[in-house]
Design a protein. Structure first.
Length: 315
């Protein structure tokens, strides 16, 4: 509570303006070992990381970047293309913008399917080096009303101003275009069970924290309506269960996740080996929990497809 009170200047919701209330304290960043709090908006339900560092660059330094999906990358890309193609069909003149495109792997896969592609990324050079058109930010994308699909795969939770970002994206979409967003579900079973130990909190890089209602509210406030909704990205959900459970058992955060993504920390070998073995068992046990969360609409991830509301079209 003390840390929360010290940051009163940040205590209004950035979307609806309501005064925030404490939700979680002493949430540790596994990379820097700093602690943060999470405050919740009683109006729209959106969670906010407190405090939000003015300079986030140190929190994205090595080892954050790298092999972020590990050996599941191909499956992840295939699933995401299936989400896109369930609402927008690919074609030679169809244009796709991926915000937060990383190394461009998803964009290359979309391009092979016939899409004209563009991306944005804080560090655009790796994707540019592979031959893709990648900008350093949304503000550098000037193709107003030109995109059939805009995707944000676990990107929106990194944005300081969610509403302004969504409004800006709305200007880039064609009138019949679709916005697809994937974010961790802060209202799902995993978030409720594991609290501050939940893998996908990832403070302070995740500046905001969504559940299904707050995501819908943010989209409506920016002139969007939800078309379709899903409650699972299998690898994210599965790892959310096993690594979060491991975080509750041993004092070293994200050991299993670091090994899978090639981000091995300087733990003693017994920590890495024992953590990996235990987490492997937990992963097998978590498979039915992923299914239960999906069926209940309370998984570890929310994926939505949204379109610009008619009122915005007329404007």
């Amino acid at each position: 509570m003390g840390e929360f009170q010290e940051n009163r200047k940040r205590m209004n919701c950035t979307v609806c303006g309501s005064e925030l209330i404490p939700q979680l304290s002493e949430v540790r960043d596994p990379l820097t070992e700093e602690t943060f709090s999470i405050a919740r908006c009683p109006g729209c339900g959106l969670g906010h990381t407190v405090p939000q560092p003015e300079n986030l660059t140190p929190y994205y330094a090595f080892p954050y970047y790298g092999n972020r999906h590990g050996f599941t990358l191909r499956r992840c890309i295939k699933r995401r293309l299936a989400f896109v193609h369930s609402v927008v069909q690919p074609g030679s003149s169809q244009r796709l913008l991926d915000i937060g495109c990383g190394d461009g792997s998803f964009l290359w896969a979309a391009k092979k399917m016939g899409w004209e592609v563009m991306g944005t990324e804080l560090n655009p050079q790796p994707a540019r080096d592979s031959g893709l058109d990648v900008r350093a930010g949304i503000e550098q994308v000037d193709q107003e009303g030109q995109f059939d699909c805009v995707t944000m795969w676990h990107t929106l939770e990194h944005m300081r101003d969610v509403k302004s970002t969504l409004i800006q994206i709305g200007t880039l979409l064609k009138t019949d275009g679709r916005l697809i967003i994937a974010v961790p579900d802060n209202g799902g079973f995993q978030a409720k069970i594991f609290g501050r130990k939940w893998l996908h909190l990832d403070v302070p890089r995740h500046l905001v924290h969504f559940d299904a209602n707050s995501l819908a509210y943010c989209l409506r406030s920016a002139g969007f309506s939800i078309d379709r909704q899903w409650h699972q990205e299998f690898e994210y959900d599965l790892l959310g269960w096993s690594q979060s459970a491991l975080n509750c058992i041993i004092p070293y955060p994200n050991v299993f996740f670091d090994v899978l993504t090639g981000k091995r920390k300087k733990h003693e070998i017994w920590v890495t080996v024992s953590g990996f073995v235990l987490a492997t068992v937990l992963t097998v046990l978590a498979v039915p929990l992923v299914a239960a969360g999906t069926l209940a609409g309370r998984g570890g991830t929310i994926v939505v497809a949204a379109y610009r509301a008619r009122e915005q079209h007329r404007a």
